[in-house]
Write a protein that binds this ligand. Structure first.
Ligand SMILES: Nc1ncnc2c1ncn2[C@@H]1O[C@H](COP(=O)(O)OP(=O)(O)OP(=O)(O)O)[C@@H](O)[C@H]1O
Ligand SMILES: [Mg+2]
Length: 488
């Protein structure tokens, strides 16, 4: 065996030496015109010997930052072909966990035919070996599809066939589309940066089940439809195709429910961005670029996510601290580590919303939710950044009627009038109203019991509110008297 290997190497060595020698003679003794002629003929000869053309479609474009749309489309196109053709398949569950989609496994090849032209697709992946040992998939795995076809069909393939693939792939994707709920979490293994992971998005909330003022609801729906049909309009006015929503209101007024309803209404994916786990602005930008079109990016409780309001001042203060602590390297190090927790700044976030990078891709809605709109930095919520401000408020009669219909299947009832009056006088969140309307049995009478319970709860809340107001006034009075005494 060793002998054979040795022989092979020595043969290879002598062949290489011979080739080099012939090439040197060729360059020295043949005039350049003849060299060009010979090259041309040798190319023709090699074309004759191997007349196939390969086109590669990489998974990522632009230095691995953006997933190639062509790759996903081809993946869908081939999933349809490969279930009949390939021998080794990968399975994935889609569309309400109902159907299985099969796609070809790596290193498989399938044939396709288009207008009598035969061509071959293969799925490939290469991994660049990293030095570190890891149980997890290597970060620099490269996946791509290769299309092989005969040279004489070049025009058909690059002209009509590829556009046929794109069209078909998109149609298949629309058919199989299972919407996803993404969240950003810590990466695995040697990936220390955060990445998007997803589950199927199956929230049942719709605008029909959302309890809020009908007029407001209609306005939001109209706004969303205009946005989703506005590709040409946004291109015409030279703005990135995205829209910012700020949903604000007390806890339990349906802000998160509204996001789900919006996603269901538009058939979009949802990216739930947890800012506290994003290390810095660069990572924030990467996460944004990785989001797909037709998606809603939500940052919940923006006021709690980061100290966005005071961040700029705080940074300045920290810099000052750094300057003062020249003699304590260990202390400085631990402070540095602390800072690494999350360095996302307000300006980073603003850049994410409307900076130059925000135009990467399109058809994205960015939603911020907050309980304290007054705490937010004005720069964050000014018009143009957050295009639409929606106040989610306490449950009034209109909203109650939606809940009564949804929860109890009741359109009208003699108790509605009393409930309507109480709701005008008392602030109760839709979440609390809904809690009272939850059925506890199938009994026909139970609907009325629920309404009575709600009346009790509203009366109790009203009493509580009155007590609080009285206490507040009494305190104000006491403070006033105290002041007057001290002046005297
Ligand atoms: N407007 C509403 N219409 C229908 N259901 C609602 C509404 N508001 C609240 N609910 C019900 O109350 C629950 C809590 O609502 P949700 O999580 O959307 O509130 P939120 O405003 O996001 O609260 P938080 O500020 O605490 O995040 C939901 O599961 C939903 O069933
Ligand atoms: Mg919420």
């Amino acid at each position: 065996m060793m002998m054979m290997k040795g022989e092979l190497w020595s043969n290879l060595g002598s062949t290489m030496a011979a080739i080099m020698f012939v090439y040197a003679v060729f360059r020295q003794y043949f005039p350049p015109q003849l060299q060009a002629c010979i090259f041309q003929y040798s190319k023709k000869l090699s074309n004759f010997m191997y007349p196939y053309i390969h086109i590669t479609f990489d998974e990522f474009t632009g230095e691995k930052i953006k997933k190639s749309e062509a790759f996903s489309v081809i993946q869908n196109y081939l999933s349809d072909k490969s279930s009949a053709n390939a021998k080794r398949l990968k399975a994935d569950v889609v569309k309400d966990s109902q159907s299985l989609v099969l796609s070809m496994d790596y290193n498989e090849e399938i044939t396709d035919e288009f207008n009598g032209v035969k061509l071959w697709w293969s799925a490939n992946r290469t991994t660049t070996k990293t030095q570190q040992f890891s149980f997890y998939p290597a970060a620099d795995e490269k996946r791509f599809y290769t299309l092989k076809f005969h040279n004489r069909h070049r025009e058909v393939i690059t002209g009509t066939y590829l556009s046929h693939v794109l069209k078909q792939g998109k149609a298949i994707a629309a058919n199989n589309r299972q919407r996803k709920l993404y969240s950003n979490g810590a990466g695995q293994g040697n990936r220390s940066s955060t990445t998007w992971t997803h589950v199927a998005f199956e929230h049942p909330a719709t605008f029909d089940t959302l309890a809020m003022d009908e007029k407001k609801k209609r306005e939001i729906k109209k706004d969303l439809v205009t946005f989703s049909n506005g590709k040409e309009y946004y291109a015409k006015i030279g703005k990135a195709w995205k829209r910012g929503y700020l949903l604000y209101g007390p806890p339990g007024t349906g802000k998160s429910t509204m996001v789900a309803a919006m996603a269901n209404f538009l058939n979009y994916d949802v990216y739930d961005l947890e800012l506290t786990t994003v290390k810095n602005n660069v990572e924030l930008r990467r996460l944004l670029i990785e989001t797909s079109n037709k998606s809603i990016i939500v940052i919940e409780d923006i006021d709690c996510s980061l100290d966005l309001t005071g961040q700029r001042e705080e940074k300045k203060k920290k810099k000052k601290d750094d300057k003062n602590e020249g003699g304590d390297p260990i202390g400085a190090m631990s402070k540095n580590e602390e800072r690494k927790e999350s360095e996302v700044t307000l300006s980073g976030l603003l850049n994410f919303i409307d900076g130059i990078w925000s135009a990467c891709g399109g058809e994205r809605i960015i939603v911020f939710t907050t309980n304290h709109v007054d705490k937010l930095d004005p720069a964050l919520i000014r018009r143009g950044r957050m295009d639409k401000h929606v106040e989610m408020s306490y449950c009034r009669f209109e909203a109650f009627k939606v809940l009564a219909k949804n929860y109890l299947d009741i359109d009208s009832h003699p108790l509605f009038e009393e409930i309507g009056n109480l709701l005008e006088e008392t602030d109760m969140t839709p979440a609390d109203v809904a809690e009272n309307l939850m059925l506890t049995s199938d009994d026909d009478e139970v609907g009325e019991t629920c309404l009575k319970n709600l009346i009790e709860a509203l009366k109790a809340a009203k009493g509580e509110a009155r007590k609080k107001a009285e206490e507040y006034h009494a305190r104000l009075e006491a403070e006033k008297e105290e002041k007057e005494k001290t002046i005297c």
